[in-house]
Write a new protein. Structure first.
Length: 452
């Protein structure tokens, strides 16, 4: 039997808007980068902080600093819609729009919730995440929740529609909100000058049209209808699913590098490979083994940032999505063979390097290939990136004790963030059936031990 849900009580719900008359009404058309994620489940993150005293003054500061931050990130207070007169969805902000901020209280053990060396039922944590209102015709951009664990800690939960913002934009928002809160909702600190200019995203290959055609494909039950629904895709059942965090220290990553290079043809594969490719390849192999390698092909999906790779480059302060999905496919026998780690690392690194020769090349085709593969095969995918520095978020309570990319619980992906210790390692979070998780944990540990 799974653990009971935590004792969470909703105390109050606030509608937080930008300061009055600070923002005009805005309508932002979605780009092809956004359209890729229109019906994907939302991105959800939990930040756990130690905090012994939560006061009314602190609550006021959280709300006030959020309002000031929304003056710059006003689109996060808006809604997605797909008007009949518009050929594509738009993100709109009007004067009445706001972000729903839920204040809750939890009477469970904060130290257990925020521990990393613990395997727990994901259903225990669902009530720490805010719901994102979504219907066929309207979808909120973002929702927030602050859950107080009396005399011990605070959890800040965020749910964001994936067609609205990518990890880079969400990180900018969280850092700005935290910085404003740390300074008491005021102070002179440089706020990001966000770019909302959609014209800087050039579509010379007609990618948008291909994605829109796919989104608008007629329903089989109503051949003459157009599917303009904004409802998100169904998530997997979380019954008996447990979550755990695994740490690859910088020394672990270096041992993996030496292990790969010392193998047959290792010099060709991975002398200068990245930490990201090494960690992804290792987790991919462990997951495939834990789930049972009964398929002919193994697929791995990862996202790559496009801002600096576009020509001309897009500012890092661009608001919205500017990432693309990438697919690596290997024969299962090759992935699990003697050189499997080296070949997987090379394949991931090669895919990343190819982006420098044309980051938009085959984007629509790759999206179609991922969709097709997902219908018949198990895809292993990774969410987030160590470069986004989740542990730099500081509301004035110190760095987070733990950060969970909670959306992987439902998507089936694994997450990868930087190590809290700042040693150059990474933290890997994933959710599996309890039996599979025990097998994965054993493979993860024994594999590292085998590297010496």
């Amino acid at each position: 039997m799974g653990a009971l849900p935590p004792k969470v009580k909703v105390l109050e719900m606030f509608s937080v808007a930008p300061p009055p008359q600070s923002v005009t009404e805005v309508s932002l058309p979605l780009t092809f980068f956004d359209l890729q994620w229109l019906r994907h489940p939302p991105l959800q993150i939990l930040y756990f902080f130690r905090l012994t005293h939560f006061t009314e003054t602190l609550l006021h500061n959280i709300k006030h600093s959020l309002s000031l931050t929304l003056q710059h990130f006003y689109a996060l207070a808006g809604n997605l819609t797909w008007p009949r007169e518009s050929e594509k969805p738009v993100l709109r902000f009007i004067d009445e729009d706001s972000v729903c901020l839920t204040l809750a209280e939890c009477y469970s053990d904060f130290h257990r919730f925020s521990a990393k060396n613990y395997m727990w039922d994901v259903n225990e944590y669902q009530s720490l995440l805010p719901d994102l209102p979504t219907s066929d015709t309207l979808a909120s951009a973002m929702a927030l929740q602050v859950t107080v664990f009396p005399n011990s800690g605070v959890c800040v939960g965020i749910t964001v529609h994936q067609a609205v913002a990518d990890g880079n934009t969400i990180t900018l928002f969280m850092k700005e909100w935290a910085s404003s809160c740390r300074l008491g909702g005021g102070g002179d600190h440089p706020s990001p000058r966000l770019s909302y200019d959609r014209t800087i995203i050039k579509d010379s290959q007609g990618i948008e049209r291909l994605l829109l055609t796919r989104l608008l494909e007629s329903n089989l039950s109503e051949p003459k209808s157009q599917n303009r629904s904004l409802k998100l895709s169904e998530n997997r059942d979380l019954f008996n699913i447990v979550q755990a965090t695994f740490v690859l220290s910088s020394s672990d990553v270096e041992r993996l590098r030496k292990w790969v290079v010392s193998g047959p043809d290792g010099d060709k594969y991975a002398k200068h490979t990245t930490r990201y490719a090494l960690a992804c390849a290792y987790v991919w192999i462990c997951l495939v083994k834990a789930e049972g390698a009964s398929r002919r092909k193994a697929h791995f999906v990862f996202s790559a940032g496009c801002r600096t790779r576009l020509d001309p480059p897009v500012p890092m302060t661009y608001f919205g999505n500017c990432i693309r999905a990438n697919l690596v496919t290997m024969d299962m026998s090759q992935l699990l063979g003697e050189d499997g780690m080296a070949v997987a690392v090379e394949a991931i690194d090669k895919t990343v390097k190819q982006l420098d020769n044309g980051v938009l090349r085959d984007l629509a085709e790759t999206d179609s290939a991922i969709t097709a593969a997902a219908r018949s095969e198990r895809l292993v995918s990774v969410s987030w990136s160590p470069k986004l520095s989740v542990y730099d978020i500081d509301f004035g309570w110190g760095k987070p004790r733990k950060v969970e990319i909670a959306s992987v619980w439902k998507s089936g992906a694994f997450s990868m963030v930087e190590s809290r210790d700042g040693d150059g390692g990474v933290e890997v979070g994933l959710a599996l059936g309890r039996k599979q998780m025990h097998v994965f944990a054993s493979l993860f540990v024994s594999g590292l031990e085998a590297t010496g």
